[in-house]
Design a protein around this ligand. Structure first.
Ligand code: ADP
Ligand code: MG
Length: 398
């Protein structure tokens, strides 16, 4: 799960990570109120969307204008800029061409920036460890730095038992070229950030830029946090920060039914049990010249209700021109699946071709139920047959 910059800063601050003062605003008046409280002389008006690259982004309402992060010098300017940003669509490198509507702003005190650095922590799958990444190239995307100047990134894999130690934090400080009191401030920052990472079951904490101010302070000017969804049950306070406006509505609905659904760009809806089989199904659709409209794993214990919900979600996607149901009945029985598919197809009054491939326990009974349902269901004998049939049926229906 993702959260907004201001939420990440609030969480990190609780652990002692240094962040500028600021407040969230949903209207221009609220923005002005927050700015008055901060007192100036410099304010920064920051679009809150779940995507980076806001500073360099552009609003569709004002393509030649200023970006999604604006430094201003008066409360009036905070208000006018807030009005120009709220309710408008911001397109950044990370939003895709459709952009995201800005519904919240973060009004922050302006920092006196001497240097912009990079500090990130993430779970490295190769080493299975929390890995600290630090670089002097702040403000740039770390992927670009890794590509062009890998030597400019310090990477430290942290032993999960011993945890991050002060000597790790000092190595970060020295790699960033810090001196004097900045070293101590950086050590405190890195230790606090790691504590937050572990305590909150984060999967990514990225501070870009981490800045050194004119006064020698080390502060987080931007903050991005992602969390391990499987650990959210033990962090109710984090789970409450979810902003459904930032998520795909179909994916939210799928989550309510415990379906693993990811929307894609193709036109063949897939309903499969098991993530591996779902991936294989997408592959074979492509092999036969089709494009999957989604990844959908209904899970091992799919009930009739869940199958119906899955059908509705697949069909809510306007691009879907046909559906392939590919179920392996291991723990689940094929007759139960077939009953679910038939009930769901009736309930949603299916208007696109439906190909069903069943295999496993009670497969003959399952196929009989499909055949006797009277519904125009195309039954398939194996994965290749199923893919070929659905690709053909979708082409013919189009
Ligand atoms: P994004 O990464 O989405 O573009 P950032 O929060 O990193 O957004 O802001 C972009 C740039 O705006 C920063 O690199 C920094 O130069 C400037 N900036 C952001 N917040 C402040 C602030 N509080 N004071 C001064 N400059 C800021
Ligand atoms: Mg940034």
């Amino acid at each position: 799960m993702n959260i907004h910059e201001y939420q990440a800063k609030q969480l990190l601050a609780k652990f002692g990570v240094a962040v500028p003062r600021g407040g969230v605003a949903y209207t221009p008046d609220e923005a002005a109120e927050v700015a008055k409280g901060l007192g100036g002389p410099v304010y920064v008006v920051k679009s809150q969307i779940h995507a980076g690259g806001r500073g360099a982004g552009r609003f569709t309402s004002d393509p030649d204008g200023k970006g999604g992060v604006r430094v201003v010098k008066s409360v009036d300017d905070v208000k006018t800029n807030a009005a120009a940003m709220l309710g408008h669509t911001l397109v950044t490198k990370q939003t895709g061409p459709a952009g995201k509507e800005v519904k919240r702003l973060y009004i922050e005190e302006g920092a006196d920036i001497k240097r912009e650095l990079y500090l990130g922590m993430l779970i490295d799958r190769a080493s299975s460890r929390v890995t600290v990444m630090a670089s002097t190239e702040g403000g740039m995307e770390i992927e670009e730095v890794a590509h062009d100047h890998p030597e400019k990134i310090l990477k430290l894999a942290i032993d999960p038992v011993a945890g991050l130690q002060a000597h790790h934090a000092r190595r970060v400080a020295f790699a960033l070229g810090l001196e004097g009191k900045q070293v101590g401030a950086c050590v405190k920052f890195v230790l606090a950030m790691y504590e937050a990472f572990i305590a909150l079951d984060a999967s990514i904490v990225e501070i870009n830029p981490l800045v050194i101010t004119g006064a020698g302070d080390v502060i987080a000017l931007d903050a991005k946090m992602n969390f391990d969804d499987n650990a959210l049950f033990r962090h109710k306070d984090v789970a409450e920060l979810r902003d459904e406006d930032e998520e795909d509505p179909l994916e939210i609905e799928a989550g309510r039914h415990e379906l693993n659904y990811v929307k894609l760009d193709g036109n063949i809806g897939c309903m499969v049990n098991g993530a591996g089989l779902a991936m294989a199904t997408m592959d074979i659709i492509k092999l036969y010249g089709g494009e999957p409209a989604n990844f959908l794993d209904v899970g091992g214990g799919a009930t009739k209700e869940r199958v119906t919900a899955a059908f509705k979600i697949i069909l809510a996607d306007k691009n879907v021109g046909g559906i392939l149901v590919n179920i392996f009945g291991g723990i689940m029985r094929c007759d139960v699946i077939a009953e679910g598919v038939v009930a769901a197809a009736r309930e949603v009054s299916l208007h696109v071709p439906l190909v069903v491939r069943l295999e496993g326990t009670n497969v003959d009974l399952g196929k009989k139920i499909l055949a006797e349902s009277g519904l125009p269901i195309l039954s398939a004998n194996n994965l290749a047959d199923a893919a070929e049939k659905v690709v053909k049926a979708v082409k013919e229906a189009a």
